[in-house]
Write a protein that binds this ligand. Structure first.
Ligand code: P6P
Length: 285
């Protein structure tokens, strides 16, 4: 008798749904009438992808909670098991310009809101020229190509290259605290580094995973917790990059150690090569 693995069932469901989500973007590029809990205008595709994933993930045996960046409340599925936190379409504002976006997922073994240390797996689907999935579990990162509901491994044990290349920072000079701006200037001054910022975290983080470097959406002068959400973006991406041999930071310490107090709380996100994150924390100290 095969013993079910709810983590694998969750990841397989997201993987099988990715092709349908990608195809469903067509015709859903308009704005919905609602705002998400973070006060951002939703695209029709945000709502549709969230409803699709909520229905499929909340019906998996062993899933106790489904939570999403796009919905205020948690769906309670049954009395014990795993909590799944999803950003159904990270970067959906890129729909208008037909640039990359992604689906982010974090699988926690505690009720939400939960710290990143409660993650048992995390990953993302990238809707690029090719639909790919990056999935971290047991400190190992695997990269897949997704076609027609099938998942094909294209890279085992993905790790960040030693020599960082790409950098991308959310916000603008007027928004950044002086110490972060000074760090940006230092990163920019390295001739080996190349600016890669696409307006969708998953596209930028995937560049960092592929070429080495840093992605950050930092604390801003008027938003000290930055823009990105801890449960749905910071924790899952921090888990993936740390599993790939890099670091994550809220500016002081690993994002995974940040106390979770609210389902939609924001967190400054910095992820990438250890050398760059160590230097960042020194610059902000
Ligand atoms: P800005 C997309 O809306 C998102 O949440 C992340 O995917 C992305 O990194 C960031 O916001 C982009 O924000 O302020 O550059 O548009």
């Amino acid at each position: 008798m095969t013993v079910s693995d709810p983590v694998e069932d969750i990841v397989a469901t997201i993987s099988r749904s990715a092709t349908e989500i990608r195809q469903g973007l067509v015709g859903r590029r308009g704005k919905a009438d609602e705002e998400n809990p973070s006060g951002e205008t939703q695209a029709e595709a945000d709502v549709w992808a969230d409803d699709l994933l909520a229905e499929r993930l909340s019906s998996i045996d062993g899933v106790s909670q489904y939570a999403s960046e796009e919905r205020a409340e948690i769906i309670d599925c049954d009395d014990d098991g795993l909590s799944v936190a999803v950003d159904p379409l990270d970067g959906s504002s890129n729909l208008k310009s037909n640039n990359t976006m992604g689906t982010v997922f974090g699988i926690y073994d505690e009720p939400l809101p939960a710290p990143g240390t409660a993650l048992v797996a995390a990953g993302y689907v990238l809707y690029g020229p090719i639909t790919t999935m990056v999935y971290a579990r047991d400190e190992t990162v695997t990269k897949y190509e997704l076609t027609g509901g099938e998942r094909t491994v294209v890279e085992h044990d993905v790790t960040l290259p030693d020599d960082p290349i790409t950098y991308g920072f959310g916000g603008r000079v007027p928004d950044w605290p002086d110490d972060f701006e000074a760090y940006v200037r230092e990163v920019e001054s390295n001739p080996q580094h190349k600016l890669r910022y696409g307006g969708a975290m998953i596209g930028d983080v995937n560049q960092v995973l592929t070429y080495g470097g840093i992605f950050a959406y930092p604390a801003l002068e008027d938003s000290p917790n930055g823009k990105l959400r801890l449960q749905f973006e910071g924790n899952p991406i921090g888990y993936v990059i740390e599993a790939a041999g890099g670091r994550s930071s809220n500016g002081e310490y690993s994002i995974l150690e940040v106390e979770a107090t609210d389902l939609h709380q924001r967190v400054p996100v910095h992820v990438g090569n250890t050398s760059l994150i160590d230097r960042l924390e020194a610059a902000l100290a």
